[in-house]
Design a protein around this ligand. Structure first.
Ligand code: HAM
Length: 410
């Protein structure tokens, strides 16, 4: 038996219905903030990603050569593509640009629960606004999207400047390592690393910084850095809007393009792969040949959100099974068509089953049986049976439609 590729999934209709319902809630929420949907190619030129992140990133991507010998890759994320698209198409548009996407991404990672090789991101990019208000808006959009699907999660907001300021004297080659240790809260690793580069005295201030509960404490440690006003502005708006978050100046984020504000979200009920949200400020447009457009965005790990939400009950529209005696198949299609025209889900018998077998099947799969026997066909009626209560009555098709619609969703 052939199997699907490692790290990918198949989705059955019930699961797809849940995914689509969550996606619809997120689309509705993001639309209320004025964001419009964009779509970029599933594959891109490899250099779109290596330009910023270096050749090493290839190990985590699906890289291939096309038939003309071009180096291509399946997109591992969408931010770089959206920045490229902005440079290609969006420069003359009125700013700020409020864009969102729902797109599958591909990463060559070791699969486990919540970590896949094909996964979906619901993301937002706000391009051309450089302010505390823009940063706060992006954080609040993310929060609104996750709350709109009922996710229980923790929001953590930070800013890179205090950390970068403290480590500005560290050998640039080691700065990334120091930031990675702080991000992972690996304090032993941090200590060792700082000792290696002769900066052991930084340990206390860095550990203090990542433990700060509010921005004022952070500025006591790192001093009045130029970004202070911006940082305070963001938190003032979040507080004013009653957003539930914690301050975390230890967030460094794995991707290497962030420049200022950074934020992450963690679902409560997931294991190791509990990060459902990541984002922040970046400036990629210049690298791709455009202006130095200030940008801010995030991506929600849609699959992890779905794992966290679990198999919640779906609001289902009633299903009508149109049952017919042999020879009345055409009439059954006609009744089903009338039902569908009224917006009802109607299914006809396709397997030539007898009436008894049709009823047994309907009892498992439908809410109503709409029975079409010889008598009904002659009288221009149907017998509508409520498969939950067992009640049934002969009536005109219009009345049956009204009956099904009147009861509404179960
Ligand atoms: P990221 O943190 O790499 O950021 O990914 C965002 C989210 O995608 C993660 O928080 C996680 O929920 C989900 N995710 C990542 N890898 C996997 C995987 N292998 N399987 C399932 N889910 C996964 C970005 O991609 C940035 N482009 C976000 C951004 C947008 N920054 C600014 N704008």
């Amino acid at each position: 038996m052939l199997q699907k590729p490692r790290g990918t999934r198949d989705f059955l209709p019930d699961e797809m219905a849940r995914r689509r319902a969550a996606e619809a809630a997120m689309r509705a929420a993001v639309g209320r903030w004025g964001y419009g949907e964009v779509c970029t190619p599933t594959f891109e030129h490899l250099e779109l990603f290596t330009m910023r992140s270096g050749e090493n990133i290839k190990q985590e991507m699906y890289v291939f050569e096309d038939k003309s010998g071009r180096q291509m890759t399946l997109r591992p994320e969408v931010t770089a593509s959206v920045s490229r698209m902005y440079v290609n198409e969006g420069r003359s548009l009125a700013k700020p640009l409020r864009w969102y996407y729902m797109a599958d991404c591909f990463r060559y990672e070791r699969p486990q629960k919540g970590r896949y090789r094909q996964f979906w991101q619901f993301g937002v990019e706000l391009i051309g606004a450089d302010s505390a208000a823009a940063d706060a808006e992006v954080i609040m959009v993310a929060d609104d999207l996750l709350r709109s699907v009922g996710l229980d999660y923790d929001l953590k907001v930070g800013f890179l400047a205090p950390m970068k300021h403290l480590i500005s004297g560290v050998d640039p080659a080691l700065q990334r390592q120091v930031m990675a240790y702080l991000d992972k809260r690996d304090l032993d690793g941090l200590k060792r690393c700082l000792e290696t580069c002769g900066q052991a005295e930084l340990e206390d201030s860095l550990v203090g910084l990542v433990s700060c509960q509010d921005p004022a404490e952070a500025f006591e440690i790192c001093g009045d850095i130029p970004e202070k006003e911006r940082v305070e502005g963001i938190f003032q708006i979040l507080d004013g809007e009653g957003i539930d978050y914690t301050v975390n100046f230890g967030i460094a984020r794995g991707l290497d393009y962030y420049t200022g504000m950074v934020f992450e979200g963690f679902a409560h009920n997931l294991g190791a792969e509990n990060q459902v949200l990541g984002g922040g400020n970046y400036r990629l447009a210049k690298l791709f040949g455009g202006d130095d457009a200030p940008s801010c965005g995030f991506a929600i790990g849609f699959d992890r959100v779905m794992v966290s939400l679990g198999d919640y009950p779906l609001k289902k529209e009633p299903v009508v099974a149109v049952l017919s005696q042999p020879g009345l198949e055409v009439a059954a299609f006609g009744v089903a068509r009338q039902m569908r025209a009224a917006g009802i889900r109607a299914e006809v018998n396709l397997l030539g089953r007898g009436m008894g077998a049709q009823l047994t099947h309907a009892a498992k799969n439908a809410d109503y049986a709409c029975i079409l026997g010889k008598r009904e066909a002659e009288a221009g009626t149907v017998t509508l049976k409520d498969l939950h209560s067992g009640e049934q009555r002969e009536m005109k098709p219009d009345e049956a439609i009204a009956g099904v619609k009147g009861v509404g969703a179960r």
